[in-house]
Design a protein. Structure first.
Length: 339
């Protein structure tokens, strides 16, 4: 359990300094009646346009999570607050149904989730993701899921229904091959061995699956790439994609601090690689294909990934066609005519 530790919130004029030892960060659940549930983006770095996030904050507590700064919009911190002060959108499924009923909605694919993990531990009790997926199945709306949690297999019945009625792809994010090492960096996420087991369960049920090697932290987990891809292929995955470590805004001090505490011998090597890859900066925002030409270090990683994808029959480019195929969306009632 970590003691409360948050970078200065850039949206707050004042900050709190503990006179004595900070208290341990305990779980707080905040219920919210949201005004909307579907988020849209137009970033060239992100292959999907629409996403649903039933939760704000994430109990997984991954050091590198790029979503940490967004927690500051609600007056929380990007450090331990992000991991233990979780907002649950209690009306998520209701809002999704309302959006689907709007004439303007044309059935674009929806990604769960674009920000925080839709299958983080609170989902076991709140079942908000499950309720939203049930609405997607009812309306036959295409869905892509990205998660680090083995909890996804709990909803196999809903996923099979969605897969039968619409279009579904599930990516399980597994950046570390070793359970113990993963626990240090992703303390609240399922062990990699359990994620691979979940991948196998979904694949065996006929669901289209893939692995996300995300993020690749050069100097820490890049040697795991061949093993991760091989194990994913053995589990039935047909797709694979990667992302490089991103350290925007307040993610940088959180990551650097925990890296230095946990892997002191590797910290210098990792941060040196970050600077090499990010064009001389620690938090250069470009990633993915836009990182081509960013030095030989990243090119070696990219070549390693592509080589093993080719060897194993993965096709990284196919993931983008998922969002370009014709929609399967149908409202579950007849469209009334005006005449």
């Amino acid at each position: 359990m970590r003691r409360t530790d948050n970078p200065q919130n850039r949206f707050e004029a004042q900050s709190v300094e503990w006179l004595e030892e900070p208290p341990y960060a305990l779980l707080e659940v905040h219920e919210e009646r949201s005004k909307s549930i579907i988020s849209a983006n137009d970033s060239p770095d992100i292959p999907f346009r629409y996403s649903v996030n039933p939760y704000r904050g994430c109990y997984h507590g991954c050091w590198y999570c790029y979503a940490r700064p967004s927690h500051q919009y609600w007056g929380f911190g990007a450090g331990t607050d992000f991991e233990r002060k979780i907002i649950v959108k209690t009306n998520a499924a209701e809002l999704l149904r309302e959006r689907f009923d709007q004439v303007a909605w044309s059935g674009d694919p929806i990604t769960f989730s674009g920000n925080t993990d839709c299958y983080q531990p609170l989902e076991a009790a709140w079942r908000l993701t499950r309720a939203c997926l049930s609405v997607c199945a009812e309306y036959q709306n295409p869905v892509a899921i990205i998660t680090k949690s083995a909890l996804v297999q709990r909803d196999l019945d809903v996923l099979c229904e969605l897969n039968e009625r619409a279009r579904l792809r599930v990516y399980i994010s597994i950046p570390f091959a070793n359970d113990a090492k993963a626990r240090l960096v992703e303390p609240g996420a399922s062990a990699p061995s359990k994620r691979f087991a979940a991948l196998a369960t979904l694949s065996a049920a006929g669901i289209e699956t893939g692995i996300a090697v995300a993020p690749i932290i050069v100097g820490l987990n890049d040697p795991d790439i061949p093993e991760l891809l091989s194990r994913a292929r053995d589990a039935g995955a047909k797709h694979a994609f990667k992302t490089a470590l991103r350290l925007p805004a307040e993610v940088l001090p959180v990551f650097e601090s925990r890296l230095a505490q946990t892997f002191p011998d590797a910290a210098g090597k990792v941060m040196s690689a970050v600077v090499q890859i990010r064009r001389g900066k620690k938090n250069e925002s470009a990633f993915g294909d836009r990182m081509r030409g960013c030095g030989p270090r990243w090119q070696v990683v990219e070549d390693l990934f592509n080589l093993h994808c080719q060897r194993l029959g993965f096709n990284d480019d196919e993931r983008e066609t998922f969002y370009d195929l014709p929609t399967t969306f149908r409202r579950p009632y007849g469209q009334l005519s005006l005449f």
